[in-house]
Design a protein around this ligand. Structure first.
Ligand SMILES: [Zn+2]
Length: 239
């Protein structure tokens, strides 16, 4: 099991680590700051440096409990000490985007009682979210955008905590986001709480407070079917 430093502190940009395995899929370290793609958030990119070499990390994935750094170039050897450093600008934009999606989910639930059924984001500050909602149109999109930016502008703190499974399963806010579907062996459960807006079990990396997200635009609303609506958002100053 790789020690996932980003789960406790999303602002760590690098760490020292030891290579514990080298596979076809990539390099496994004893600890890492690289987020492995999951929950709609892409895996981190960056660089591994060691005495006598370095390689770009082009993607990061999770295989079982291990985090695998996929390299472009030669790999270090098992036992090597490495410095693992993420592309921080890219990751920080993903953190802003991920927090924006959670805030959006909270706003839509508060305003329309609609549940989120899916979501995805890319590293250009663009993301989509799917809702169980009967109707949606551009006008609603504009009203949701205004409400979302109003909430983000309140600079609400974003808390990361690890709740014992029993406690998480009985939390009404977490029940709403289907915490019971998390595999039984996951205990404690990591929870992201955007104070006053949204609380959900989540493995992703988030910013410390909502003002750091900046301005978010709703760029598209789509009707994908009955009770299946999609909204696309864009972080305004991402480039
Ligand atoms: Zn999330």
């Amino acid at each position: 099991m790789t020690d996932q430093l980003f789960a406790e502190d999303a602002y760590l940009t690098s760490c020292e680590a030891t290579v514990v395995d080298v596979r076809d899929e990539g390099v496994i370290l004893d600890r890492t700051v690289f987020y492995a793609r999951s929950g709609g958030q892409p895996g981190d990119t960056g660089i591994l440096r060691w005495e006598g070499g370095q390689a770009r990390v082009v993607d990061t994935a999770k295989i079982g409990g291990d985090i695998v750094h996929q390299l472009d170039g030669d790999a270090p050897l098992v036992g090597h000490s490495v410095t693992a450093e993420i592309d921080w600008g890219r990751r920080h934009l993903l953190m802003r985007t991920h927090t924006a999606l959670h805030a959006l989910s909270g706003v839509i639930f508060t305003e329309y009682g609609a549940k989120v059924t899916g979501g995805n984001m890319d590293d250009t500050g663009s993301a989509r979210m799917d809702f169980e909602l009967e109707g949606m149109n551009a006008e609603m999109g504009q009203s949701i955008e205004a409400k979302l930016n109003e909430e983000l502008g309140k600079d609400r703190p974003v808390h990361v905590s690890f709740l014992p499974r029993g406690e998480a399963l009985s939390d009404p806010d977490l029940i709403r986001t289907k915490v019971s579907l998390i595999p039984e062996n996951v205990d404690p459960i990591r929870v992201i709480d955007i104070e006053g807006i949204d609380k959900q079990a989540d493995g992703g990396t988030h910013v410390r407070s909502t003002a750091e997200v900046g301005i978010v635009r709703v760029v598209k609303t789509e009707n994908k079917g009955k009770a299946f609506k999609r909204m696309r958002i864009q972080i305004e100053d991402a480039d």
